[in-house]
Design a protein around this ligand. Sequence first.
Ligand code: MGD
Ligand code: MGD
Ligand code: SF4
Ligand code: MO
Length: 694
Amino acid sequence: MDKEVFSLCFMCSVRCPIKVKVKDGHVDWIEGNPHVAGIDGSLCPRGSAGISMLYDDQRVQSPLIRVGERGSGNWRKASWEEAIDYVADRLKDIKDKTGAHSIALCERAQLATHVSKAFLKALGSPNYFSHDALCKGSVNTACRSLFGYTDAEVGIHYGETKHIVLYGRNIFESLAVKEVKTLMAALEKGARLTYIDPRVTVTASKAHRYWMIRPGTDLALNYALIHVILKERLYDAGFVSKWVHGVNELRDFVEHYTPEWAEKETGIPAGEIIALAREISKDRPSVIFHYGYRGASHQNEIYMRRSILMLNALMGSVEAKGGIFFKKGPGEAGGKAARKLVSQEFPKIDMPRFDKAGTKDFPLPDPNHGVAQVFPYAVLNEDPYPIKALIAYRMDPLMSIADTAQTKKALDKLDLIVTIDINYSDIAWYSDVILPESTYLERTDCIQQMNGLKPQMFLRKKAVEPRYDTLEGAIILKRIGEKLGIGHYFPYETMEDLVNWQLEGTGFTQTDFEKKGFVAYGSDQIFWDRENLPFKTPSKKIEFKSSLLENAGFESFPEYQPVKAPEDNDRFRLVVGRSAIHTHVSTQNVPYLNELESENKLWINTKKAGQLGIKNNALVEVASSCGKGRIKAFVTDFIHPEAVFMLHGFGHEAGRAKRSFNKGLSDALIQENVYDKIGGSPAYHDTFVSVKPL
Ligand SMILES: Nc1nc2c(c(=O)[nH]1)N[C@H]1C(S)=C(S)[C@@H](COP(=O)(O)OP(=O)(O)OC[C@H]3O[C@@H](n4cnc5c(=O)[nH]c(N)nc54)[C@H](O)[C@@H]3O)O[C@H]1N2
Ligand SMILES: Nc1nc2c(c(=O)[nH]1)N[C@H]1C(S)=C(S)[C@@H](COP(=O)(O)OP(=O)(O)OC[C@H]3O[C@@H](n4cnc5c(=O)[nH]c(N)nc54)[C@H](O)[C@@H]3O)O[C@H]1N2
Ligand code: SF4
Ligand SMILES: [Mo]
């Protein structure tokens, strides 16, 4: 029988609305949901490869329990009953012996996040952590320091912008379909694009202005831009005097950061910096200085992200059409949000978190997400206490936390590692138990609450029956919970029950999603009145001079520290990123995507490669203080001579994922686990490597 199902893609976290055509119980075609403005039927390459992922037989097909050494790849098949008993028995032992806090759960936040958080709370452990800090912890902290809102509560109004500035926000490759389409439409209407990156990307090729900045020096550029904007009074004086706290302090601070000074640091001519400041201010407030998607490059990340947000405030582009805005929830449209399991009452937990986020030792990072890169240190040093078990749910700490050798050492100290995944990821391969989840095309999921200018709700709906012996994550956790005596926190038998429970009181039912795949709380865009902006900072203003930072003992305006250049001719700053073909560490083994891009290469500047005797496509060795590996060179003029670049996500170690096994090199193997100790992001670009031909 043929049918069409509206659902949500999950080849990456963006979760684009999709329409799935099913023929005789088989997924025949996937396209973007035609009813959703900005998607209009489109998908990206990864979204289109959903079918290839579904029908791949190299994913995990049943629960597995390890029989050989960790990482040896010797498994035995288990029934769900047996696997769940096995996990629950061990968790119970650990809880009884060392306390619930010695159990941690890490997760790439997703629709069932309220279930995982509820699971840990019911168990009595504070140690939930998500990918969030790894991606943008310091952006989150920067937003809270200025506005009192998290980054997740801020959005970007691409459609009506007149000028957008992107700092290594490689928007046309590291993409979200709606963003790309909306921005392309704005560019066609005449918007201007300024792109800044030490590497020429696809986004650079679409820009009106491209600067090959010296890697790591964006903050110097921003201080100089702010210097020009304040000196020439190019800012929105009305907005700034009403809403900004600390502009005079900023003016004094940037006094000596002239464009000429910045030219020496960044390599961008002073005249061009002045020209951008003058040009963009003509289009304010409909301008965007993009505050970033992955904001995890340097140890001073929080100050770089704050400087971008300050530029928006100076342009008056906060809560402005074509600028940045605050997302509106159902309440603002007179509706009610879907319920979450995590909002139930749980017993109080007295133990601190393993990462100390939110305490005086690490006050600013968001404890709702935690700080993932601290996990290996916490385990190895037993600081603040020993941790004994890790449940990795759709997150791979081995490839996503820098310094894989160190992370492995930490994992070796654990008594139990359980992975809930769809693939043989590296963490699954290193686990004691793998609990396979049904893929997004085979499962109904929890409600997606989409806050924004027009709040909406979406539903991921099962398109076909699971091909293998897999279950939904929310059901897996419920079943483990039942064995641990916390089953009453999970009041459902099936995903349909859970969705119904979530929808209670919202005025919507599952049937309402059938027509278009989503429901809307209202039809108009909601912008707040710019005379009455509800900033949540102590001063109720945008805090350039930040009480969040200063109360915690940090400066609002720290002096700029010059960025080190590599010391020797064979040394480079390692920088990383994504391509349009793959999602992080997830999709390298998906047949169609593997065919398009099966390994990563090391981008190296032509002149430098010539000096070192490195030929295009030849193998090189890349080494840092914590790891080394081999990778093919891509010799190009399109990268700054101080940097080398590789795509993140390659160099997998799981033998049963045969297409991606040992192909290319994992950046995490080479990157040192260093991070922004104030904001919380890792500093993925603060490792220097030596490169030599083989
Ligand atoms: N070295 C290094 N580390 C990084 C980055 C980097 O550039 N370099 N980037 C950082 C960034 S920006 C981010 S956002 C994070 C992302 O970090 P991760 O969340 O670790 O990465 P993902 O590839 O998104 O997904 C991880 C796992 O989810 C599994 N998965 C996919 N779909 C499903 C599903 O439906 N159910 C289940 N249960 N599992 C599923 C995949 O097989 C994969 O093993 O990594 C960060 N870490
Ligand atoms: N296809 C695809 N799209 C994705 C994802 C994916 O995995 N695949 N993941 C999603 C997620 S979770 C995220 S976080 C985003 C990430 O999207 P982006 O934030 O755009 O980040 P990256 O792809 O990591 O690219 C980082 C860029 O920064 C450049 N860069 C390096 N050093 C510097 C520097 O000093 N200054 C400047 N200005 N630039 C520098 C690098 O050369 C690279 O081009 O993508 C999202 N979209
Ligand atoms: S951006 Fe691509 S992979 Fe990500 S959800 Fe959208 S279609 Fe799927
Ligand atoms: Mo990310």
